[in-house]
Ligand binder design. Structure first.
Ligand SMILES: Cc1ncc(COP(=O)(O)O)c(C=O)c1O
Length: 376
């Protein structure tokens, strides 16, 4: 770590330092071309190379099989939550959704719009909304539709700090929003017909999404029912260059894939590192009678977003203020749940987790007497 703060932002989140440093150089002059990376034509030879490498490195790092296309599209994850039902939820069809947090709720709203427009049905196959998303629905609490057009679920609930450690047991095609845990662990592609992820947590800058879509699934969308900009087939055919793509975002994602390969070698290693980081923080919470985790079910706890609070809102505010003095930044929880949220995506260094854990300990010893009923 350099002179930079520990940035626990949930997204846009911390990028790998070597990627930022390389980008600084390439912004001025990309590989001796005399042009900066943002100034390159999206159809010129330099960008041809950037795109080809980003696609190849993404496939290699993610072990993505040839059955699946890789697309780099603009509009973030929210555009994907819209495009999925726009393409795949039509008359007479049902789409299953698992309601596990705000992003799932938003995706359900988008689907509702197309269901109404096209005559399809949205079925909530499982939900823990009534429990304020303190856990994920268990398999035996879910009711999947037979022959649904797809099941959509969010693998990591960024706001509440819940993460799936299993794949839902439906027999229908699965579409997964992996925005906040993409490439943080290995993916068994045999389960997924489509995965999408906003880039701003583990992959690059905001406004950009990575989409991995199985050809067989992509071809199920009726032809000529959506405009060309919203047709996955067009983007696959044009290798994400149907219109002018966000060239800088693709470049940054490409650099991030290279960094993952260089730094970790495999997603198994990334997973190992993320487990070590999260364990430091969950141990700090568990070994304290002052901090409390939001997620009650330990097996549903996210390795990416660790949500917790002190005994009072006043102490939460004090915690955030004091933490900032120690260069521990952007720790405020989302307004839906308050408290604190430490987002520790791939690029977030383990030293930052150790520093936060130490800070939690010292904050607790200084403030525990302020809690009603506490013995000094
Ligand atoms: C899991 C998840 N899905 C979707 C989104 C929305 O992403 P975007 O802002 O790129 O549309 C977010 C944003 O934080 C997210 O965490």
């Amino acid at each position: 770590m350099s002179d930079r703060a520990y940035n626990f932002s949930a997204g846009p989140g911390a990028l790998p330092e070597p990627v930022i440093k390389q980008a600084q150089k390439d912004l001025w002059d990309f590989q001796g071309s005399g042009m900066g990376v943002c100034e390159l034509s999206h159809r010129g030879p330099e960008f041809d190379q950037i795109l080809a490498e980003a696609l190849a490195d993404c496939r290699e790092v993610g072990s993505i099989p040839d059955s699946h296309h890789i697309l780099f599209l603009q509009g973030g994850a929210t555009t994907q939550a819209d495009m999925v039902p726009m393409n795949f939820l039509h008359e007479g069809l049902t789409a299953d959704y698992l309601e596990t947090g705000k992003w799932a709720e938003d995706a359900i709203k988008e689907a509702g719009y197309y269901a109404k427009l096209n005559g399809g049905t949205v079925h909530i196959a499982g939900s823990t909304k009534a429990e304020n998303y303190k856990r994920l629905p268990k398999e035996n609490e879910c009711s999947y539709t037979k022959d649904a057009a797809y099941l959509l679920y969010v693998s990591n609930n960024t706001i509440f700090g819940l993460q799936y450690n299993r794949v839902p047991q439906t027999k229908s095609p699965i579409v997964c929003d992996m925005s906040s845990d993409m490439f943080s662990r290995p993916i068994d592609w045999s389960h997924f017909d489509m995965v999408y992820a906003g880039a701003q947590k583990n992959l690059g800058p905001s406004g950009q999404a990575l989409i991995v879509i199985k050809d067989e699934f992509m071809q199920k969308a009726p032809k000529d029912r959506v405009g060309r900009m919203h047709d996955y087939r067009i983007h696959a055919d044009k290798e994400s260059r149907f219109n002018t793509p966000n060239t800088f975002a693709i470049y940054l994602m490409g650099q991030t894939f290279k960094w993952i390969r260089r730094e970790f070698g495999s997603l198994d290693q990334v997973d190992q590192y993320n487990k070590e980081k999260a364990a430091i923080l969950y141990d700090a919470i568990e070994n304290s009678s002052f901090f409390e985790a939001h997620v009650t079910n330990a097996e549903d706890r996210s390795l990416m977003n660790i949500t917790f609070k002190t005994p009072t809102e006043e102490l939460d505010a004090e915690f955030l203020k004091e933490a900032a003095k120690h260069q521990l930044l952007t720790l405020a929880g989302h307004r839906q749940i308050g408290g604190m949220r430490a987002s520790v995506y791939n690029a977030f260094p383990i030293e930052g987790c150790r520093k936060l854990a130490e800070f939690m300990k010292s904050f607790e010893s200084q403030h525990r007497t302020q809690v009603a009923g506490a013995s000094a």
